[in-house]
Design a protein around this ligand. Structure first.
Ligand SMILES: *[C@@H]1O[C@H](CO)[C@@H](O)[C@H](O)[C@H]1NC(C)=O
Ligand SMILES: *[C@@H]1O[C@H](CO)[C@@H](O)[C@H](O)[C@H]1NC(C)=O
Ligand SMILES: *[C@@H]1O[C@H](CO)[C@@H](O)[C@H](O)[C@H]1NC(C)=O
Ligand SMILES: *[C@@H]1O[C@H](CO)[C@@H](O)[C@H](O)[C@H]1NC(C)=O
Ligand SMILES: *[C@@H]1O[C@H](CO)[C@@H](O)[C@H](O)[C@H]1NC(C)=O
Ligand SMILES: *[C@@H]1O[C@H](CO)[C@@H](O)[C@H](O)[C@H]1NC(C)=O
Ligand SMILES: *[C@@H]1O[C@H](CO)[C@@H](O)[C@H](O)[C@H]1NC(C)=O
Ligand SMILES: *[C@@H]1O[C@H](CO)[C@@H](O)[C@H](O)[C@H]1NC(C)=O
Ligand SMILES: *[C@@H]1O[C@H](CO)[C@@H](O)[C@H](O)[C@H]1NC(C)=O
Ligand SMILES: *[C@@H]1O[C@H](CO)[C@@H](O)[C@H](O)[C@H]1NC(C)=O
Ligand SMILES: *[C@@H]1O[C@H](CO)[C@@H](O)[C@H](O)[C@H]1NC(C)=O
Ligand SMILES: [Zn+2]
Length: 749
């Protein structure tokens, strides 16, 4: 390819757009610049107040922390201003006069959530926990948390300077209803990740900034809670301090109306009022501030994001207590941690490692007056979860390999056109759809779970090979062998003849190249649509998704139904009769069922196992809801389909069809009239040339008695009127279902 000037200019423009903003703060106007400067100045001011803060000092002029619950109790219409008349700024006690929490929440935190007495707790909590949450519908006052006005976007283009007032009134009611939590009991997912290392934009190396990592950890926690039906979802991103000695976690959300970073030391120290501990946490926050270069890295995106969060979400404080790891000592924990990070085979019992377990907790929202109780939120350590998933993926890859093996032996079994002709196109098309979609799902997952990149890619590749090489090849040969039935009605097919249909000009049978082109085209279109459906389904509400998912899985597990229909159309003889009418290997072979039993049973099992895993194992890695009844229904449905297939083999493929619907099939063995004989230019001996072996065929002519000693089974008359030896045409038909003379389609035997 030649690179001309235009391309170069385009590349430069692109690079310019990409890198035009080296500071990366995303400012696009004078107004936004002023907004961001105001934000930075305010944070800087609040940080210098924070530096002055001691364990018995109240917060002063920090956004979101100007009022306490007691202030609101005293005067419900109070404005969040500073300073407030008569407020005590020079002391700090853990009661409702000083904190954002009402007395009973404080009491609950001290007496039923936080455990007293030292124990051993895991140091690194990186994991995802699942648990229950109960809404206690307490009747709490709401502490006003106004959003500073400068956060608001510009009213018009001419505005340069943001307004600096703080609107001292509470939010409109509509917004409040939108973020209300109305369910009584729900599920909570807590994602915990370590924030002790920060990576800067330019260098890839991680800077460790926690000098007290033996007793304190700085965490990022995302709390997702929802009702069991997933109609109402709430996501809170918080920063948290983890007190390793006591197993306590205190997490606070952050937004434009709540600069909560500065509240961490006071609130984790709640009720213990320990000055050394307060100072340790304060140092940790300062280290975080320094290491992230907090003020200078605030960007426009951060500002807009925290404005949106402030508008549409409640602020939350979460007080959580970990379950101790009984029976472990500090040294053992250290070994476990090292082994998890760099697996060398140390003596650590990784498989018997207890889960990270938040045994109790309270989540309280001061500005919405909501209290939630968390219980039994547990999950495996991140590395163990990853190992579990890796093992599962390996099992999946094994299943895929055995599916490929079974498919290959099935293809081997049906290696003639007559046999392939009995295979249902739709049966394999359905399997192909599932396997292709799986390839897409595995591939999409690689981007969301990067640690599992290799096993996921392996599974995706195996699915892709299975779907787009083996299955498509098989589909092509099935399609090619059935191409002449395309425009034939179902009744005609049942009759096994093309008689009565308007005799079309013998269609040119499509060759394999054009069939494979068109099949690959439909395959790609199918994959495209299933990708869209899969991706959009993940965003549907659970109440809609669940029934649809069940219906889709049920339908996708009906893959033997098309084969049952196909068998009925082809009309196998029952096995009993085959044994009695033992007329040579030819007939034996033609009456064999097209599907290998090992393939049928193996495929059913391979495709059923993942469904059963996802729907019945409570600790499945997808955290899918459990539904044993549905799994039983699917299993019964598969067994029923296989039972019908078996019965077709034993008592005939059409046993379930009423008598009248089975017309006579086309008979290749019949007498001809003398007129037809003449058309073939017969010799004196009433014989006709067989076009295959070029020798004579004696025929039975209805109106000439001399010929009646000829056995009608020794020759075959095609629908197009050509006559061959039985042996010759049967051999021919196992390769092509076309008349050797005029290429008209032949009804299969
Ligand atoms: C409190 O903080 C706000 C915003 O940072 C500032 O505008 C105001 O002047 C401060 N009040 C006092 C009394 O310092
Ligand atoms: C911090 O404390 C010192 C001494 O008490 C005082 O002079 C200074 O103004 C305080 N800084 C802030 C931001 O309040
Ligand atoms: C709160 O602020 C509003 C508007 O500035 C004012 O009208 C109201 O009187 C204030 N309330 C109190 C209790 O100071
Ligand atoms: C905790 O574990 C995670 C996951 O292995 C790791 O990325 C992180 O660095 C660990 N944190 C510490 C402080 O060791
Ligand atoms: C929030 O939901 C509760 C029911 O759980 C209801 O009683 C309350 O009125 C709602 N609050 C708002 C502001 O809609
Ligand atoms: C917190 O609870 C413990 C024991 O449950 C008690 O000893 C302590 O006094 C309480 N602290 C406060 C400040 O109430
Ligand atoms: C943060 O940085 C400032 C200035 O760079 C320094 O004086 C201070 O000691 C640092 N704080 C901590 C806790 O490292
Ligand atoms: C480690 O596992 C073995 C066998 O699973 C068990 O006997 C042993 O008690 C375990 N040790 C610890 C410290 O849990
Ligand atoms: C988590 O801790 C609670 C309280 O001790 C306990 O009841 C629960 O069984 C624990 N969960 C797990 C999975 O160990
Ligand atoms: C179906 O047809 C066969 C012969 O065509 C006959 O022997 C049999 O009795 C019929 N069965 C029924 C249920 O009509
Ligand atoms: C015709 O039949 C006679 C006797 O019936 C036989 O001798 C002769 O070979 C036959 N001709 C052909 C071409 O088969
Ligand atoms: Zn012949």
């Amino acid at each position: 390819m030649e690179i001309d000037g235009n391309t170069l200019v385009l590349v430069f423009v692109f690079l310019f757009i990409l890198y035009s903003n080296p500071s990366g703060d995303g400012v696009t106007s004078q107004y936004e610049y002023n907004q961001l400067q105001t934000l930075k100045a305010q944070y800087q001011d609040e940080y210098s107040q924070f530096q002055n803060l001691t364990s018995d000092n109240n917060f002063r002029n920090i956004t979101g922390l100007r009022l306490s619950y007691g202030d609101v109790l005293r005067n419900p219409d109070i404005n969040a201003t500073y300073p407030i008349e008569g407020k005590d700024y020079d002391h700090w006690y853990s009661d409702e006069k000083y904190t954002l929490l009402p007395e009973d929440v404080l009491h609950e935190v001290n007496n039923s959530v936080w455990q007293h007495g030292k124990n051993v707790y895991p140091a690194n909590l990186t994991s995802t926990l699942h648990g229950r949450v109960v809404n206690s519908h307490g009747n709490y006052l709401k502490v006003p948390m106004p959003i500073p006005e400068y956060y608001e976007p510009a009213q018009d283009l001419s505005q340069n300077q943001p307004a600096f007032n703080e609107p001292y009134f509470t939010d409109p009611a509509g917004r409040e209803a939108a973020r209300n939590i109305t369910f009584d009991e729900g599920e909570i997912v807590i994602e915990i990740s370590s924030a002790d290392t920060t990576s800067s934009f330019f260098e890839d190396e991680h800077h460790f900034h926690n000098s007290q990592s033996d007793k304190l950890r700085f965490l990022h926690m995302n709390l997702h809670f929802s009702d069991p039906a997933y109609n109402e979802k709430h996501v809170i991103n918080t920063k948290a301090i983890y007190d390793i000695k006591n197993g306590r976690i205190m997490a606070i959300s952050e937004s434009a109306k709540f600069h909560s970073l500065f509240a961490l030391p006071h609130y984790i120290n709640l009720k213990s009022e320990d000055e050394a501990f307060f100072n340790a946490v304060k140092t940790l926050v300062e280290e975080y501030w320094n290491a992230t270069d907090f003020v200078n890295t605030r960007s426009m995106a951060y500002l807009q994001d925290s404005y949106a969060t402030a508008n549409f979400k409640c602020e939350f404080l979460a007080f959580l207590q970990l379950e101790p790891w009984w029976g472990y000592s500090q040294e053992q924990l250290k070994i476990v941690d090292e082994e998890l990070m760099w697996p060398l085979g140390r003596r650590a019992n990784l498989s018997s490692l207890p889960p990270v377990n938040i045994s109790s907790g309270i989540i309280y929202s001061p500005d919405c007056g909501i209290k939630l109780q968390v219980s039994n939120a547990h999950g495996l350590r991140y590395e163990l979860q990853v190992r579990k998933m890796r093992k599962l993926l390996l099992c999946g890859a094994l299943l895929l390999a055995s599916q490929i093996y079974l498919l290959l032996s099935q293809m081997q079994h049906t290696n003639t056109p007559s046999m392939v002709n009995k295979i249902s196109y739709w049966c394999f098309s359905l399997m192909n759809l599932v396997d292709g979609s799986l390839a897409i799902i595995f591939f999409v997952l690689t981007s969301s779970i990067p640690v599992l990149y290799l096993p996921l890619i392996m599974c995706s590749f195996a699915c892709l090979i299975l779907a787009s090489v083996f299955e498509i090849r098989y589909l092509i040969s099935v399609y090619a062998s059935q191409a002449n039935e395309q425009s034939v009605g179902i009744m005609t097919l049942l009759r096994r003849s093309t008689e009565g249909e308007e005799r079309r000009t013998p269609t040119v049978m499509p060759d394999e190249a054009s069939i494979s082109t068109s099949l690959y085209r439909t395959y790609i279109v199918k994959m495209f649509f299933s990708m869209i459906v899969i991706l959009s389904m993940t965003t549907w509400p659970q109440s809609v998704r669940m029934p649809i998912e069940c219906i889709i899985i049920f339908l996708l597990n009906s893959y033997w139904v098309p084969q049952i229909a196909r068998n009925a159309i082809k009309g196998n003889e029952p096995r009993r009769r085959q044994i009695f009418a033992n007329d040579g290997p030819q007939h034996q072979r033609q009456n064999k069922m097209p599907l290998l039993w090992s393939f049928t049973i193996g495929t059913s099992v391979i495709r059923f196992v993942p469904v059963a895993y996802v729907y019945t194992v409570p600790s499945n890695v997808f955290y899918h809801h459990q539904d044993r009844l549905f799994v039983a229904v699917v299993a019964l449905w598969l067994v029923l389909q296989m039972g019908v297939l078996y019965s077709q083999e034993i008592i005939g493929a059409r046993w379930f069809l009423p008598n009248y619907s089975i017309p006579e099939g086309y008979s290749y063995h019949k007498g001809i009239s003398s007129g037809e004989l003449l058309e073939h230019g017969s010799s004196a001996n009433y014989t006709i040339d067989c076009a295959i072996c070029m020798t004579d065929v004696a025929v039975y002519v209805d109106d000439i008695d001399e010929t009646h000693k000829v056995d009608k089974d020794s020759y075959m008359v095609t629908p197009c009127g050509h006559i061959f030896h039985t042996q010759c045409l049967e051999n021919w038909m196992s390769y092509k279902l076309q008349c050797p003379v005029c290429r008209a389609p032949l009804p299969p035997l």
